[in-house]
Design a protein around this ligand. Sequence first.
Ligand code: ARG
Ligand code: ZN
Length: 878
Amino acid sequence: NVIYRADYQEPAFWIDTVDLCFDLDPAKTRVLNRMKLRRNPDVMPQPLRLDGEELNLARVLVNGQGTSFKMENNQLVLENLPDGFEPFDLEIFTTCAPAKNTKLSGLYVSNDSFFTQCEAEGFRRITYFLDRPDVMASYTVLLRADKKAYPVLLSNGNLVEQGDMDDGRHFAKWVDPFRKPSYLFALVAGQLVAREQRIKSRAGNEHLLQVYVRPGDLDKTEHAMNSLMASVAWDEARFGLTLDLERFMIVATSDFNMGAMENKGLNIFNTKYVLASQATATDTDFGNIESVVGHEYFHNWTGNRITCRDWFQLSLKEGLTVFRDQEFSMDLAGEASARAVKRIEDVRVLRTAQFPEDAGPMAHPVRPDQYMEINNFYTVTVYEKGAEVVRMMQTLVGRDGFASGMKLYFERHDGHAVTCDDFAQAIADANPESKLAQLLPQFKRWYSQAGTPRVKAVGHYDAASGIYNLTLTQSCPPTAGQEVKEPFVIPIGLGLLGADGAELSHGMHVLTEATETLTFPGLQAAPVPSILRGFSAPVILEYDYTDAELLTLLAHDTDPFNRWEAGQRLAVNRALGYIGQDGLAAGDIRLDAPYIEAMRTVLRDPKLDAAFKELALTLPAETYLGEQLDVVDPQRIHAVREAMREQLAGALYDDWQWAFETHKENGAYTPDSVSSGRRALTGLALTNLCLAARASGDAVWPGKALQRFKDASNMTDRFNALAALVTSGHELAGQALQRFHAMFKDEALVLDKWFALQAGAPDRGGNVLPAVKQLMKHPDFSLRNPNRARSVIFSYCSANPGGFHRHDAAGYVFWSERVIELDSINPQVAARLARALDRWKKLAEPMRGAAREAIARVAAKPDLSNDVREVVTRALAD
Ligand code: ARG
Ligand code: ZN
């Protein structure tokens, strides 16, 4: 049951129109599906095979007549269809049970409302269909339901008719003016209310924007609406792409497998990415809402107007749309320094999540070659690395060149289902003189070769001639099925600094060979190289920087990304040194004065933004440190990082106090980048002050944290104060947690934070696992709600390495039980959790053996979903 990209064939039939009629009922929904089909003349005549899953089939009619059919593993097979290429009618009547649909794929019920999720292959759980993205049809949808229970009836496109029926039910008829693949179908029915906004596009067209939520949540929709309006304006201004619909709807649901879904004209969102008020959402939530609203909106062109030929091309829409949402957030952030902060955050995600994926058992190219379950490939590789590939294209053709490339892409492919090759070709063809055009076949290795490339840089300065040589060597480790890698096209942003920090030169080098040497004449002394500026390519840069060089870069580099990077390297070098020092107890770790002074200088620098300082003063993540090692003891990494953190807390005590006092007042709450940066730094300062107090036993700062927690006027400050108490393990944490729960017991998204904070707390003597088990017994816990399951189980298994990787294997036993338990409820969520042990082969004993055993226990279950089966099979393969 493996599917290969190389096996792609056009569909044997096209579906031109779909007329759907739903009688919505939670226990038994009736679906009448009337389609017009015709044979695809380019494909050999063959039976029609329609996908269907968990459906009850009641009737099949061809041109109004009964017909013979058979079922073959989840396909309805029709062999006796009319010959020739004339269109024919196919009518299929089925029922399904939305209330029992715990997989949240297809049509399901959440809080007494109906929702759909059809990407990637959920439409087949609603009706029999050619459920593949290259079959694009025109949809008409008639919804019928009880009027009292389901007053709002929504589907894609325009509402053309609505009215009451005799039996207390009502109906609504929707017509989508655009052809679309089945994965973009959506319907919503329930008791919902909408914030509405009428806007006028630059072209002068009127549009109605709506954000639908449950009645009590209307006051939390302003930010989502503002983000939507900003998205519409941005896509017009930056790419000339206008809203093509009279009505654009967003609907929020609290039961959702992923973040959100770009259904044509009817985006369905996880509440987490819609609802926000200053009292309930943090600055991070506000930022995420802006970027996810943008992301789904931008899909309207990159994904919906031009869609994917097959699911191997997923990055065609996802990589491009992530790139677009990243650019959107950067453009909204404003100044160069705020853009850099966003860039650093994005790179941090790439390095802590995508690099490990690319080095583990689920490694796959941006355009995968095979899969068992496509839902397993909605990955950081397809999304975030895919976005980096698009970003490199923009780097190679320039910002204007990229915009022309997009224009050509739409001229060529609007309304069609295409491939990653088609996209790259359009960008290159619009820029025939560019490096991208010259190097296109080689550049496209970014789509086909998995693994994170490494670039090793070695500098040599010759005093006699004044020449500096920089030799760059690229390599890429083998990944499953790809033993040997060919060289990539790697744009490398470069700068040379003098020892005093002055910039001597800068530019962009495009590395194409395995090894190249760059020559810089006329230098008075050995320069300090600033390499891979702005993180110009998704590679690992290896350069043996001395502390002195890193301190120069940290203090003077004009590239803010590499400034931050220099600080991270200083910390990584120290952490790896301590970790590798046999017999060194965490308590004996002493950070050196130059490092501490450098951090102090950054913290006190009047020219740096608070947001940047917060990033620079945060130590590299435990998982990132783990990736730098061949053999990993996550508890050791945790202990070392915690020790370093406590030292920085104590050594910079006065500076943290200063930072706290000078940034804590923000006036009226706004989630803009400047004031959220100030809150972030205040929060970090408070955590450090509480950590320092922990070491010294002083109670002043924990007391202040508790007070701030009580007095806070917004969730960011309140949550940061709570986190400072929990993170420092102070005894006041208990009462603060209790109070927090009482305050927000009716706010599901805030309770998620409450659960996540405890499940992700720094482990002290193995205390987190018992706490997690307790949390699962809490009346507010539910395994069925993905957000809640993630807030407890994922926060522990995936985001708390120090607590999870126990030497007694109890974390892994817990993990295997939860994977199995979740798999029978929701395979997509279970398969995500299954990936928490992706990197088990790196673990030190006894964890390695125990992890293997736990994975084998899951794999031994006979009736696993395809989703989990694929993950554990790959994990155990060698
Ligand atoms: N296309 C959606 C997005 O990126 C993600 C939906 C994925 N859903 C899934 N079940 N695999 O915005
Ligand atoms: Zn997307």
